[in-house]
Design a protein around this ligand. Sequence first.
Ligand code: F1P
Length: 333
Amino acid sequence: MTLSLHKHLKEANMTSVTEKVIRDQFPYLRQALDMPVPSIEGSTRVFVGCGTSFYLAKTLAAASNMLGHRAIAVPGAEWTRYHDVYLPEEQDAVVIGLSRSGTTTETVEAIRVSRERGLKTFAISCEDQSEIILAADDSVFVPTDPREGIVMSVSASLMLLAGLRLAGATIGEADIAAAEEALQALDAGADIIEGRNHFVFLGAGHLYGIASEGALKLMEMSINPAQPFHPMEYRHGPVSLIDEGSLAVLLYNGATADDEAVLAGELQAKGARVIGFGGPGDLSIGTATNTPAGALRVLPALQLLGEKVAVARNIDTETPRHLTKVVVLNQQA
Ligand code: F1P
């Protein structure tokens, strides 16, 4: 009988490289706390990226707005092709591209096209001297764990941390310690995923971007559909999918936590189990999520959740189906 790699790992009680990288990310994050970040000029910030980097962009735009700097987030290709749909012509915008590899065609193109239009440009990347860093006016380089594979984990946390600091947020040791504790709490309570095959991630306000990243992570790691929603939107249709196979990950937002707890109770009554970050659930993880740093506090735990679901389904996260580390497109004339 041939055992799949994951079954083998499970039976031998071994840990995948993906999981090791997720668990070992905290020293990298601590190191990035003191890294110098330049200040960003411009009256409007446009954060662009693809995949995980786009969801980081969404989180950073929300954090910027919370901190008093107008910002939007747009997927790389959308910004290149339809910038006027997202923002009227404005010369004082700065376009900030996020890309772990620094070579994702659509994100690099968004930076190049913006610069040609006379806009200021900035890059955040985990690869020094990468295409995006060379294409932008200014940049931040955040070195990541060289063991990291296709699935973005520590690199995402690092670019989020750097971007939050760039956006003006104060990030400190307490945030890293909280992220580590949240990951440990998720680890200890991971039995909650048993028998679950329908996953939803709920986050209001600045937490919607990171809820979206939680869903993407679980989907690409475990080949299981997962969707993000704004919590108050969930009753408006999607709730019809809830049953005894559902797991809802609710990122409570301080200001609206009472409303979200009511929703959690309704989902539980329909058969769902709930993981509550910063509020009640079948598994409650007591992390404060109401500041811009809240996204960073939950991200490593969401990454581990993706791995846990993958292991339960015998999926090897080192070779996620149909995915490559970078999407490079053939440029057409
Ligand atoms: C972004 C990205 C990943 C995704 C996939 C392809 O890459 O879209 O989020 O998981 O593996 O690349 P990057 O621009 O941050 O390097």
